[in-house]
Ligand binder design. Sequence first.
Ligand SMILES: CC(C)(COP(=O)(O)OP(=O)(O)OC[C@H]1O[C@@H](n2cnc3c(N)ncnc32)[C@H](O)[C@@H]1OP(=O)(O)O)[C@@H](O)C(=O)NCCC(=O)NCCS
Length: 213
Amino acid sequence: MENIKLQNKIILAGGGGHALSLLEAAPLSDFAGYLALAPADSMPLEWLGDDAETAALAAKGYLFHIAYVYSGLPVMEKRRKLIEQYEAAGARFATIIAPTAIVTPNTHISEGCAILNGAIVNRATLGKNVVVNSGAIVEHDCVVGANTFIGPGAVIGGAVTIGDDCFIGLGAKIKNCVRIASGVTVAMGAIVTRDLLEPGIYHGTPLRRYKIY
Ligand SMILES: CC(C)(COP(=O)(O)OP(=O)(O)OC[C@H]1O[C@@H](n2cnc3c(N)ncnc32)[C@H](O)[C@@H]1OP(=O)(O)O)[C@@H](O)C(=O)NCCC(=O)NCCS
């Protein structure tokens, strides 16, 4: 996978809490503004309108970064649809790597990823639009699928494979070599010691799937 570097200013898709975290990960001068249904008082950037503006802004050469993480029941499918909508409008995505994140030389990062403050990614491979949130650790030889969100403080052991559109909750721990299918949500605090090969939400001790989307 190619390592995409910043080529132009970034427009954030979204103006909520995750957008504010992203602004802690790069200088404000890297951003041209944000798109959202309405302006947000807390955003220190210019509001550029809603998602309908994507195509015109992409044609001007701006890069985008998806700043939405859907909270509550975390259905990453919704985020994927938004990514596809942006792609259809011609958007290319910028990767944002916080200054205090550690990303080792043999890590491969696709476009649109966010690696936030204090995160460690150690010779792993990240698909498009992956989020490694504050303080999370992704260990050696992991492969993380597109649009997967790894929550703050989660620890992913060596050689774990995680599919697309997964949500790994706050502080979850995944044993080395475990395989996780696309569309899995691991609840905050969960300990995963075995493969999770069916999509759905898993939590508890012992871990069980309690909800299927
Ligand atoms: C697993 C999760 C997705 C469940 O969300 P939900 O479907 O809305 O579920 P609810 O909150 O209604 O809880 C359903 C049941 O699961 C239990 N439960 C919820 N999260 C749990 C967890 N992490 N561990 C153990 N049990 C949990 C609740 O206590 C409740 O039990 P009850 O039916 O006996 O009362 C959610 O709790 C979670 O872990 N979210 C991740 C949060 C996160 O990491 N955010 C990152 C922000 S940066």
